[in-house]
Design a protein around this ligand. Structure first.
Ligand code: SAH
Length: 365
């Protein structure tokens, strides 16, 4: 629901009317008809003047593991994707998009190969969640769909402010970023205790720049410094996401390099099995397990993300990319497929090693 339009439309009504409408909506009402404490004439006026959702569902897909993926269009026909993940322990987590398409060009990401559309509004972000909220309660949210949330931070924070009304607390809301440093700094200053996740994907600047061009603008040392300031202020661990690409970033030496780079008191690593989009081969299960073991041996915690919705193209941008009328030429396969230089083997890294490595990682940019 376009909340600005709602407020304009209700401008001549008492202020509590907009709150009433929002309360019903946030609790999963399917339409204005259900808002029984609103006068019937007002409900009829709202139905004709304020579309109940700012998004139109174009298609949805239900995976055998309970994951649901929805493709929407905005009123100006921009594609937007969101995913609902259902877990056995009862958690219901929604993954939302912050932009239609993405201005960044990470080589492994389906959204990165689409045209960038535009930033989504706070209402368009909330409407993705409300779509699922209408079928069941939801309690977790991640900004891990299309787009770079920290490049649209006003709308992301605007949406985040209202999430508790839908049943999602700020502590259960995560923002995932490529390492957009000014955004990390702003996030550090907000009142809301949101979680921060960093998409790192490489332990040194040379490789990271080849697979994520944004690294030329914000190299690893600068990004980690911003994450560490976030931790110092918020006392909340930063999750490092690391998508496992065979022969690119999954060597033993790279695991050691990663463990040397990241302070285990501040970071926890989440290894992500690659959802194939054509550009790379994903690391095998065995390679992922070996990488995890190498990291943990060096004292850094690492988990392997459960793959969800494989059978429905649930990776970031996959549904919309299929619909995109004019995708750019495909990228060369495994363009970044060179392994990083080996790091010395041996005992776990000290804080001093870590600082030294980071400085040299920066110089290799
Ligand atoms: N721009 C933000 C949020 C969107 S992407 C960010 O980069 O963090 C959310 C996560 O999905 C990122 O960690 C991204 O690297 C990862 N991702 C993108 N494409 C993927 C794929 N094909 N398989 C697995 N993970 C992927």
């Amino acid at each position: 629901m376009d909340l600005d339009l709602l407020h304009e439309t209700l401008a001549s009504e008492p202020a509590f009317r907009a709150r009433q409408v929002w309360r019903w909506t946030a609790h999963g009402a399917a339409g204005y008809d259900e808002m029984t404490d609103l006068p019937a004439a007002l409900r009829a006026r709202l139905a004709s003047e304020v579309p109940f959702s700012s998004l139109r569902l174009v298609r949805d897909a239900h995976a055998s593991d309970g994951t649901v993926k929805a493709l929407f269009h905005t009123v100006d026909e921009r594609p937007v994707e969101a995913v609902l993940m259902r877990y056995r322990d009862g958690r219901r987590s929604v993954c939302v998009s912050s932009q239609s398409g993405c201005p960044l060009t990470c080589t492994f990401c389906a959204t990165g190969s689409m045209r960038f559309g535009r930033n989504l509004t706070a209402s368009e972000i909330l409407d993705q969640v409300l779509h699922f909220r209408r079928t069941e309660p939801v309690d977790h949210l991640v900004f891990m769909g299309m787009g770079e949330p920290l490049m649209n931070l006003d709308a992301v924070l605007g949406a985040a402010e209202r999430l508790p009304d839908l049943g999602i607390t700020h502590r259960c809301t995560g923002v995932s970023t490529v390492g957009w440093v000014p955004g990390i700094r702003r996030l550090t200053e907000t009142e809301m205790p949101l979680r921060l996740a960093l998409s790192l994907h490489a332990p040194e600047d040379g490789l990271r720049s080849r697979i994520m061009a944004i690294n030329d603008r914000y190299p690893i040392a600068e990004v980690l410094e911003a994450c560490e300031a976030f931790y110092a202020r918020r006392r909340r661990r930063v999750f490092v996401e690391y998508v496992m690409l065979a022969g690119v970033n999954d060597a033993y030496a790279q695991a050691v390099q990663l463990a040397t780079l990241l302070d285990p008191r501040i970071y926890k690593v989440n290894l992500i099995p690659y959802n194939p989009t054509g550009a790379y081969d994903g690391s095998s299960r065995g390679a992922i397990a070996a990488f995890q073991a190498a990291i943990e041996k060096h004292g850094l915690r690492a988990t392997v993300r459960l793959t969800r919705g494989r059978d429905i193209d649930a990776a970031c941008g996959q549904l919309a990319a299929k619909d995109d009328a004019t995708p750019p030429a495909p990228r060369p396969r495994a363009a970044a497929g060179r392994a990083a230089p080996s790091a010395p083997r041996g005992s776990g890294p000290s804080a001093r090693d870590r600082a030294a490595r980071r400085a040299s990682a920066g110089r290799r940019a």
